[in-house]
Design a protein around this ligand. Sequence first.
Ligand SMILES: CC(C)(COP(=O)(O)OP(=O)(O)OC[C@H]1O[C@@H](n2cnc3c(N)ncnc32)[C@H](O)[C@@H]1OP(=O)(O)O)[C@@H](O)C(=O)NCCC(=O)NCCS
Length: 93
Amino acid sequence: MMIAAGEASILILTIDKNSQGKGIGKQLLQHMIMQAGQSGCDTLLLEVRRSNHRAFNLYLNEGFSEIGVRRNYYPTNNGSEDAIVMAMDPSLY
Ligand SMILES: CC(C)(COP(=O)(O)OP(=O)(O)OC[C@H]1O[C@@H](n2cnc3c(N)ncnc32)[C@H](O)[C@@H]1OP(=O)(O)O)[C@@H](O)C(=O)NCCC(=O)NCCS
């Protein structure tokens, strides 16, 4: 996570394949939201692949909303894929 000028961005959230589905990703996300809030941020941003329903739902359930789309952001084997931009106010978490 990067924090600057009252704004935080989650750059990477990845859990080892063998440890997924055990609540660790959710805990790590909650920790980052609290860190951003405690650092005085009122905006926390992230991007997620349109096809990544698992991550998208995790973010939605923790209070993020979709605020935009970056077209063709991620390269894929046969072209590209949009990124959904999501945001929340960690000071209200
Ligand atoms: C997305 C990711 C970070 C989630 O971490 P995780 O530790 O596997 O997820 P958790 O066990 O904390 O579960 C989080 C939520 O996903 C749901 N979930 C867990 N396993 C699931 C599965 N196989 N299918 C669908 N939903 C699932 C859980 O129900 C949970 O929601 P709930 O608490 O409301 O029940 C992890 O799967 C990952 O690293 N994926 C690959 C990299 C990635 O996509 N990163 C995000 C990029 S934006």
